[in-house]
Design a protein around this ligand. Structure first.
Ligand code: FAD
Length: 454
C-alpha cells in the first residue's frame, strides 16, 4: 500500500468543477481552500441580467461578468447525462423546482447548491475572494495572491502545495475576424452579453420596416436557440456559418424570417454585410455566437503553460503540465462533452495523484504523450483551437482516467444517452427538449440512481 500524504491545496473557482474538485480532494484527505470571486457557488449557472460594458469583450480591462446564460436557457443535455456520478440529478417535486428532463438554468444551479450542501463544500469556500496571481516560489510551493472584495480589499498571499484551476472557459468572448467589422457603423455583440430578445425589437415602433435585421455568426447550440428567440421580435435573422452549403442561402424550414447563409465576407462602412458568393444586406446588428477563449489572467508559470490559439498547453491528458505536475492542474478544459461526470473523474485522479495513491508517468513520458497527441491532431487536420474539443472520444478518455483511479467506467446508458441527445438536438432543434425516443435509457438511468439513493 502506498503511503497517503495529505497536501494543502488551493482550488480556484466554485463553479461545478471547483465544487467537485474540492469534494474529491477533501475525501482523499487533503486540506482545501476554494477561492471564489462571487458570493455564491454555481459559476456559469448563476444567471444575471448584468452584462459587460464592452459588448464584444475586446477590452481586457473591462469588469468581467462570469455567466453567459440567457434568461430562457434550458439545458442542451438531459439531466441524467449531466448528472454527477455520485449525486444523481433527479427531478424534485417541490414547488420551486423544475422537474423537466431538460430543465431551465435555475434548476441546475439548485442542483449544484444541493451538491455543495450534501457534502458541506461551502465551508471550504472563501466567497467574494478573487485570485489575482498564482506563481511558484523557489521552494516549489505555490503562492496564491487574493483579494477579499467585500472587506478591506487588501491582498493576501498564502502558500499551498498544489493549485487546481477551475475557473471555467465560457466567459471571455472569441470574435470571428470579419474584414471591415471595426469600421462597421452599427451594433455588434457577443452571445456572452445576450440575455433577452427584447432589445432586438426596435424601441420606437414595431412597424415591420422599422424592425431589426440581425446577422448571427456561428452555428453552435447557443446560435440555434438565440436565432429562434430573436426571430420572434426581429424583422429578419440571417445565420452565417461555414457549414451552409447553399451559395445564396435558404430559408430555415418552419420560419419565414430566418435565413441560413454562407459565411460573412465583409462588413462595410455603409452598414451593409456581404456574404460569400455575393449576397448582401443592410443589417442593424451582428450577434457573434462564436465561442470563447481560455484565459487565466492570474496564472504566472513563467511561460511554461501558455494559451496558444486556444490550446492550453502543454498539458498531459488536458490536466497536468508535465514539468509542473502534479502541483498545478486544470479541471474542466475539454468541451463537446457532458462536463459534470468528467469533472468528477479528473478531480479524483488529481486527488489520488497528490496523495501518492495513484502515480503519474515520468515528466519526459508525459511530454512525449502530449507531443504525440498534438501530432495526431495535426495529421488529422484538426485546428489547434480544437485541441480540447473531445467530440467522439470523451468516454474513452473518461474510462482511461477511471482505470487510473480504479473506479467504475462510464455506464452504458450514459454513453448511449449522450449520443442520442446529440443526434436529436441536431435533427430536431425545436422539439428535442420535450420529445424524446430514449425512454429505455431513462429507465436504466433511474434504476441506477434509485440504487444510489437507497
Ligand atoms: P464556471 O461555472 O464558469 O465556474 C468558474 C468559477 O470560477 C466561477 O464561479 C468564477 O466566479 C470563478 N472564478 C473565475 N476566476 C476567478 C478568480 N480569478 N478568482 C476566484 N474565482 C474565480 N453544461 C451542461 O452540462 N449542460 C448544459 O446544458 C450546458 N449548457 C451551457 C450553456 C451555456 C450558454 C454555457 C456557457 C455553458 C453550458 N454548459 C452546459 C457548460 C457549463 O459551462 C458547465 O456545465 C459547467 O458549469 C462549467 O463549470 P466550471 O466550474 O468549469 O466553470
Amino acid at each position: 500500500m502506498p503511503t497517503i500524504t495529505a497536501r494543502e491545496v488551493a482550488v480556484i473557482g466554485a463553479g461545478a468543477a471547483g465544487l467537485v474538485a474540492a469534494r474529491h480532494l477533501r475525501r482523499e484527505g487533503h486540506s482545501v481552500v476554494v477561492f471564489e470571486r462571487e458570493s455564491q457557488v454555481g459559476g456559469t449557472w448563476i444567471y444575471t441580467n448584468k452584462t459587460e460594458p464592452d459588448p464584444i469583450g475586446v477590452d481586457q480591462t473591462r469588469p468581467v461578468v462570469q455567466s453567459s446564460l440567457y434568461a430562457s436557457l434550458r439545458t442542451n443535455l438531459p439531466r441524467e447525462s449531466m448528472s454527477l456520478r455520485e449525486y444523481p440529478f433527479v427531478a424534485k417535486k417541490s414547488g420551486h423546482r423544475d422537474p423537466r428532463r431538460f430543465p431551465g438554468h435555475r434548476e441546475v444551479l439548485e442542483y449544484l447548491k444541493d451538491y455543495a450542501s450534501e457534502f458541506a463544500i461551502g465551508e471550504l469556500v472563501r466567497f467574494d475572494t478573487e485570485v489575482s496571481r498564482v506563481s511558484q516560489r523557489e521552494n516549489g510551493k505555490w503562492e496564491v495572491r487574493s483579494i477579499q472584495r467585500k472587506e478591506d480589499e487588501e491582498h493576501i498571499e498564502e502558500a499551498f502545495d498544489a493549485v487546481v484551476v477551475c475557473t471555467g472557459h465560457y466567459t471571455d468572448p472569441r470574435i470571428a475576424q470579419i474584414p471591415g467589422a471595426d469600421r462597421w457603423p452599427r451594433k455588434q455583440i457577443h452571445s456572452h452579453n445576450y440575455r433577452i430578445p427584447e432589445p432586438f425589437r426596435d424601441q420606437v415602433s414595431c412597424e415591420l420596416d422599422l424592425l431589426w435585421v440581425v446577422v448571427i455568426i456561428g452555428s453552435s447550440a447557443s446560435a440555434v436557440d438565440i436565432s429562434r428567440e430573436v426571430a420572434s421580435v426581429a424583422k429578419e435573422v440571417h445565420i452565417a456559418s461555414w457549414s451552409t452549403s447553399n451559395e445564396e442561402g435558404q430559408n430555415l424550414p418552419g420560419y419565414d424570417n430566418i435565413w441560413l447563409r454562407p459565411m460573412v465576407e465583409s462588413a462595410n462602412e455603409d452598414g451593409s454585410i456581404s456574404f460569400q458568393h455575393g449576397f448582401k444586406i443592410f443589417a442593424d446588428i451582428i450577434l457573434y455566437c462564436t465561442g470563447y477563449k481560455y484565459n487565466f489572467p492570474f496564472l504566472d508559470t513563467k511561460g511554461i503553460v501558455t494559451v496558444d490559439d486556444n490550446r492550453v498547453g502543454p498539458l498531459y491528458k488536458h490536466v497536468f503540465p508535465p514539468s509542473l505536475a502534479p502541483w498545478l492542474s486544470f479541471v474542466g478544459l475539454p468541451w463537446k462533452i457532458a462536463p459534470f461526470p468528467q469533472f468528477e473523474l479528473q478531480s479524483e485522479w488529481i486527488a489520488g495523484i497528490l496523495s501518492g495513491r495513484i502515480s503519474l508517468p515520468l515528466k519526459d513520458e508525459m511530454m512525449k504523450d502530449v507531443e504525440s497527441f498534438y501530432a495526431s491532431l495535426e495529421a488529422s487536420g484538426v485546428p489547434k483551437r480544437y485541441t480540447h474539443n473531445m467530440t467522439g472520444y470523451q468516454f474513452e478518455y473518461n474510462d482511461w482516467i477511471a482505470t487510473q483511479c480504479g473506479c467504475p467506467k462510464t455506464e452504458e446508458w450514459r454513453k448511449k444517452m449522450y449520443n442520442a441527445a446529440s443526434l436529436s438536438r441536431k435533427e430536431r432543434p425545436e422539439t428535442y427538449r420535450d420529445e424524446w425516443v430514449d425512454g429505455d435509457l431513462v429507465l436504466q438511468a433511474n434504476q441506477d440512481f434509485m440504487k444510489q439513493l437507497e
